[in-house]
Design a protein around this ligand. Structure first.
Ligand code: MSP
Length: 522
């Protein structure tokens, strides 16, 4: 039986700067989703990579006294290393300087030109290099010094040059029609309004080439122009799967993409320009664009000048990869903004991973080691409380978690399995197996069996978020490597009584709160 396909992408990151937790966030979210879908029986393509062209990268390289290619070579390695640090399982890491990608961008351009959507003109207007975006006069504001700035606060410069244009103005009605026919295209749904009203306010033709620098993909047939970096960058989503060969397996299996995950800052490019380019070239638009929020640090916007930018190395060095992945997806509802704080991290990890899940595993497995000869206990007849917990931790949990994943609601998915761990902890307290040891050892064995089963199911479901801890847990209940996908969740694949178990060891360490320790000793 062929597996259903699932294609998920991160934005490709500019190589002008080092990775920070904002980049890590998008990539981790996509990784968790990709892992979830693989475990749920899908053939997944998970794409990420770097955006290497454009004026911003060109200027950064120039300032550093190196070529843009040398800068891209160096910084792209940092992004790849970030992925290894965070246990990211991308299927492909694309670089827009790769020749196959550049050919694909030229092919897409040619299709749009053939469709009559590209013309040569002259651009005169405002440009923000930091955003790599054009702004109209009425979108600009002024900073404290009275300089014009983009809505993001970035400086703008006046630009006047010969440029090719994409006839975006002709696409407004077709885009509105598309949004109406595909109500789930833009998510979360509250972000849809801002896109729709922008389109309704009237789209202007988009300048899509530059002549004042040469760091980009040459425009086919007119090589003194390079493509506007967003035309080049967006194409990565199809070049990676074989475009312009639309008959290739990659393209046939994976296009249209299931979801492009992006930060809210770049929704406009993905929800307006990208579907217009694709439709112009005769290609279907992606199924969904999901815009997530922004991270701040200790209540402040992260910025180099404040010096509060949190790097993935810092985060993982201090808290470990599992806690970092978990925290970022747990702490805020996907879509909203978040605040990275030490206190929030310590509280979250200690309450949910160490005390709740970790304790459940620790308590249960050490009782089994001590009282059941270190083997999976033999259950007797099940009582209502046993059946209830097994059901909650079985298919029911999978259905509910899956439902949240369909909506990219990672924090809600976590709530679902944390509530199962809570229920299991309450069950231990109510059943008090340590007392049963003397009074009714057969009943004790049943209770410990139900708990071990609950732990097996939890170990399977948490894999996307905390893959290493999940592995440790599953090893401890002797679940084979081929019995760890979601089809093994539930009673039909329960643990076999008598299976020897390895000696228990903790899976979720507590975070020592240095601040609190300091306060105590002060
Ligand atoms: N190169 C473009 C994207 C092209 S996609 C075809 C770009 N790159 S970027 O390096 O600026 O990265 C932008 C993405 O990084 C955001 O959309 C978001 O996914 C992530 N983040 C960057 N800073 C962030 C925060 N402070 N918080 C959360 N995510 C943010 O735009």
């Amino acid at each position: 039986m062929t597996k259903p396909h699932f294609y998920i992408t991160t934005p490709i990151y500019y190589v002008n700067d080092k990775p920070h937790i904002g980049h890590a966030y998008t990539t981790i979210a996509c990784d968790v989703m990709a892992r979830f879908k693989r475990l749920d029986g899908f053939d997944v393509k998970f794409l990420t990579g770097v955006d290497e062209h454009g004026q911003k990268v060109y200027q950064t390289a120039h300032k550093a006294g190196i070529t843009p290619q040398a800068l891209a070579d160096k910084v792209s390695v940092n992004f790849r290393e970030m992925n290894r640090l965070l246990d990211i399982t991308e299927d492909q890491f694309i670089r827009t300087t790769e020749p196959f990608h550049q050919k694909a961008a030229q092919a897409l351009w040619q299709k749009m030109a053939d469709a009559g959507d590209i013309y040569l003109g002259k651009y005169a207007g405002w440009y923000s290099v930091r955003d790599e975006a054009f702004f109209s006069e009425d979108e600009l504001t002024k900073d404290a010094a009275g300089n014009k700035t983009a809505p993001t606060g970035a400086p703008v410069e006046w630009m006047e040059e010969e440029s090719y244009f994409f006839k975006l103005s002709a696409w407004g009605d077709r885009l509105l029609d598309f949004y109406e026919k595909h109500p789930d295209f833009i998510q979360p749904s509250y972000r849809k309004n801002e896109v729709v009203s922008f389109v309704k306010s009237g789209l202007r033709d988009l300048s899509i080439s530059r002549t004042t620098f040469d760091w980009g993909v040459p425009v086919p047939g007119d090589e003194k122009h390079v493509m506007y970096v967003w035309v080049d960058a967006l194409t990565n989503y199809i070049s990676a799967i074989g475009y312009p060969n639309t008959d290739s397996d990659g393209f046939k299996n994976f296009w249209p993409a299931d979801v492009h995950v992006v930060g809210k800052d770049i929704l406009r490019f993905h929800a307006i320009y990208w579907p217009a380019f694709l439709m112009s070239a005769g290609l279907p638009a992606p199924k969904r664009v999901y815009a997530h929020g922004w991270w701040m640090a200790e209540g402040q916007k992260m910025s180099k000048s404040i010096g509060n930018v949190i790097s993935p190395e810092y985060m993982v060095g201090k808290y470990g990869v599992e806690a970092s992945r978990y925290f970022l997806l747990r702490e805020v509802t996907f879509g909203n903004d978040g605040d990275f704080s030490h206190t929030a991290m310590v509280n979250r990890i200690n309450a949910e991973l160490a005390n709740n899940l970790g304790n459940l595993v620790q308590r249960t497995l050490s009782m089994i080691a001590k009282n059941c000869e270190g083997k999976v206990p033999q259950p007797g007849i099940l009582e209502d409380a046993d059946r209830e917990l097994l059901q909650k931790a079985g298919q029911q949990m999978l259905v509910e978690v899956r439902d949240q994943f369909e909506k990219l609601q990672f924090s809600r998915a976590i709530e679902e399995f944390i509530s199962v761990a809570n229920a299991a902890n309450l069950y231990i307290d109510a059943q008090a197996p340590w007392k049963l040891k003397k009074t009714d050892p057969a009943r004790m064995a049943t209770v410990l069996y139900v708990l071990a089963e609950t732990i097996r199911n939890l170990g399977i479901i948490i894999q996307p978020f905390t893959p290493n801890a999940a592995q440790k847990i599953l090893d401890q209940v002797a679940v084979g490597a081929h019995e760890r996908n979601f089809s093994f969740i539930g009673e039909a694949h329960g643990l076999k009584a008598g299976t020897p178990l390895p000696a228990p060891s903790g899976a979720f360490p507590r975070i020592v709160d240095e601040n609190a320790e300091e306060a105590k000793t002060a």
